[in-house]
Design a protein around this ligand. Structure first.
Ligand code: SAH
Ligand code: SF4
Length: 371
């Protein structure tokens, strides 16, 4: 065997490793044909070994689309005048959470645009207390309400939120700048700082990226995966970027990968992340479903273990269009639940009704810092 051949790892060698270099990750992300099948098989096995075969529900309530930001990719960005702005009423939000509790969803996610006014902060606080009360403390609560001050994060933590999702969108500084307005209100450093604050306030911290963004390279995505590891996050939610007509990034639509390619790459990202960080929670992103009706179930099969059924009151759903073709726009919560359950079980997973399904990584991380 010549020198060159001896030093090139086979794809299966990489799959056996516990740590990965950037080049290893790139090879996994580019896997096709048989290699792709081996990657998916390895991730499926690793998931079963480390976090088991259970799928955790997080009932998603998109309670307001009012946003102070202008992210260049997002359909509800502040400057989009074609959106009717809403704030669901407390009662509507609590009713949706009551539905989640009665149906033993285990947890809910409250998501919104980014607002930091005292009235907004108070409101979220009140909702957190209301959800805890109506569910006798049984519903777990995740927030996804953007960058906030330490005081706000602390206050919400004390009122009952214990997980927070804040995607970094891209861990590459230059790419981040290309997909956000160039001003202080859209600062990469502040986003990083917010992730750190969330950790310090003792949340289970989730982040993530969009896959298939304009200007994004395979190397960027491999670095995103290493970023999740470096920041030591407990949860990741990542899905394909989907262009929205009313946003500045729409002008780059012709330079994008096909939607199917973005979808396939997102699945390889999920599987690769399961190998790289086996004990975290990984969400099957809703955007997968916008491309393939069975997209989320496919992600659950090859590494994801969390799904967020949409419980947003129907009348608001069409106004919370972060991207085009967002699914389940007119299904009511009950209908969604039944069809989802059947699809998940068909994909071979078990739904963990009534469990919080916390990230095992969070407890390991805490133990390590305490000792
Ligand atoms: N305002 C909060 C939460 C709501 S936005 C925040 O930004 O953190 C939730 C996620 O939607 C964002 O993190 C982003 O990753 C995703 N998103 C927005 N526009 C998108 C698009 N065009 N395609 C795919 N995902 C998108
Ligand atoms: Fe607002 Fe979040 Fe959309 Fe950015 S991604 S415009 S912060 S809702």
């Amino acid at each position: 065997m010549n020198f060159y051949l001896r030093n090139v790892k086979s794809f299966n060698d990489i799959l056996q490793q516990e740590t990965f270099t950037k080049n290893d990750l790139i090879r996994l992300l580019k896997a096709e044909g048989e290699d792709r099948q081996s990657l998916f098989k390895a991730a499926e096995q690793r998931k079963a070994e480390v976090v088991g075969n259970k799928v955790y529900y997080r009932g998603l309530v998109e309670f307001s689309n009012i946003c102070s930001k202008d992210c260049l990719y997002c359909g509800i960005r502040k400057s989009n005048k074609n959106v009717f702005r809403y704030e669901a009423e407390d009662k509507e939000i609590l009713d949706a959470c009551g539905f989640a509790w009665r149906n033993r969803f285990g947890s809910v996610v409250l998501q919104s645009g980014e607002i930091s006014s005292p009235a907004f902060v108070d409101r979220v606080d009140r909702l957190l207390k209301g959800i805890k009360e109506l569910s006798r403390g049984e519903l777990g609560i995740t927030l996804s309400c953007g960058e906030q001050s330490r005081e706000t994060y602390m206050r919400w933590r004390e009122s009952g939120a214990h997980r927070f999702l804040l995607r970094i969108e891209s861990s590459n500084h230059d790419l981040y700048k290309k997909i956000h307005p160039n001003n202080d209100h859209h600062s990469f450093e502040k986003r990083l700082e917010a992730l750190q604050l969330l950790k310090e306030c003792d949340y289970q911290v989730g982040t993530g990226v969009m896959i298939g963004l304009p200007f994004q390279t395979m190397e960027n995505l491999a670095e995103d995966l290493l970023f999740f590891k470096k920041v030591d996050v407990d949860m990741v939610g990542m899905g394909p970027f989907i262009e929205h007509e009313d946003t500045p990034l729409y002008e780059h639509r012709n330079g994008l990968m096909s939607k199917q390619d973005r979808f396939d790459l997102a699945l390889r990202m999920v599987a690769t992340l399961r190998l790289l960080a086996p004990d975290i929670n990984i969400a099957a992103a809703t955007a997968l479903q916008a491309i393939d009706p069975a997209g989320r179930e496919k992600a659950l099969k090859i590494g994801a273990n969390v799904i967020m059924p949409n419980l947003t009151p129907c009348e608001y759903r069409k106004e919370y269009q972060l991207y085009e073709d967002k699914p389940c726009l007119d299904e009511d919560a009950e209908l969604c639940r039944n069809c989802l359950e059947a699809r998940i079980e068909m994909a071979g997973s078990e739904i963990a009704y009534g469990e919080w399904g916390d990230s095992p990584h969070y407890f390991k991380r805490k133990k390590a810092t305490e000792s």
